[in-house]
Write a protein that binds this ligand. Sequence first.
Ligand code: UDP
Length: 323
Amino acid sequence: MKVLVVGGAGYIGSVCAELLLNEGHTVGIFDNLSEGHRRAVDSRAQFMEGDLADRDRIQATLAAFQPEAVMHFAANALVGESMQNPSKYFRNNISHGLNLLDAMVTTGPKQLVFSSTCATFGPPERVPIDETLPQRPINPYGESKLAFEKILRWYGEIHGLRFVALRYFNAAGASENFGEEHRCETHLIPNVLKVALGQNPQVEIFGTDYDTPDGTCIRDYIHILDLARAHILAMASPRSEFYNLGTGGGSSVREVIDCCRKVTGHKIPVVEKPRRPGDPPRLIASSEKIQKELGWRPQFQNLEAIIQSAWKWHQKFPNGYGD
Ligand code: UDP
C-alpha cells in the first residue's frame, strides 16, 4: 500500500515507517521536525517537511502523494508537560489533528491508524484495562487524545472515514536503526540508560508512596516493534475500532531500574522525589481484543529483552540523532 506516516520522524513513527518499508509498502513521511529528527527518517521513504498547523500544506501533501492509508503519530505526548501547558496539548493534538482529518476528507484516503493512549483511561477501576472500562483522563494529554477519539467516531459516521485507534501503554525499546530520543527526555527507560551511559549522574524516582507493592508506579512496557506490527495489522482492519495495546504485564519504576542495572552492569544511583502530577499509579493493558480480532501477538514479553534492545541502540547512538 501507499502510506503517509504523519509524524514519521518521531520515535514510534520512525519504527512503523521502517517496518512498512521492510514489508514492501511505499511510504511518505510528513513531519515538522519539532519533536522528530531528520536522521530518524528512513532513507527509503519520501520525506515531506510540514506542520499540521498548516491546513493547506497537509492538504497539498495528501493531494500530491495520494496515499491509500494514513498513520497519525504527530502529537505531543508528555503527561508532565501537559499539566503545565494544556493549551499546547489541546491545540496540537486536537485542532491540528483536525486539519489532517479535514484534508483526508477532501482528498480521499479513507483509512487512518491513530496513536491513542492508555492515558485516556485515567486511574482504572481494575487492571488489566480492557476497552469496556470508562475513560476518565486525569491530565490534558489523555483528555486531548480522548477528544480526538470521539472526533474520529463522528468522522467515521458522517464522512465514512475508517479508523483504528491504538491506545498504547508504554512504548519502549528500539529497532536496529531507530530508537527513543526526545529533545527534552522525560521517559523512564531513556533517562535510566543515560545514567548508565554516564550522561546523567542519577535517576529520579517520582513518587515512592503509591499503593503498589514497592510504592512506585507500575506501567506496561511494550516493545516498539510489537507496537509497529499492530499498526500494520490495523491498517488492514475492515472496520473502525479502538484497541488497547500492551503486553498485559506490569513493571514498577524500581523494577525497571533494577532491570537496567542487570542489562547495563551499571549501578545506576537513584534519588527519590515527590510524585509527578498527572501520573496514575498502575496502568496495565488487556490486549485480548486486538489479539482476537486482528491476530496481534506480542513477540517481546519480558522487560529485559525490551531494555536490551534499547540499551543496544543507545550504545550505538550515544548522542541520539545528534540534532
Ligand atoms: N518516571 C520516573 N523518573 C523518570 C521518568 C519517569 O520515576 O525520570 C516515572 C513516571 O513518574 C511514571 C513512570 O516512570 O510513573 C513512567 O513514566 P514515563 O514518563 O516513562 O511514561 P508515562 O507513563 O508517563 O507515559
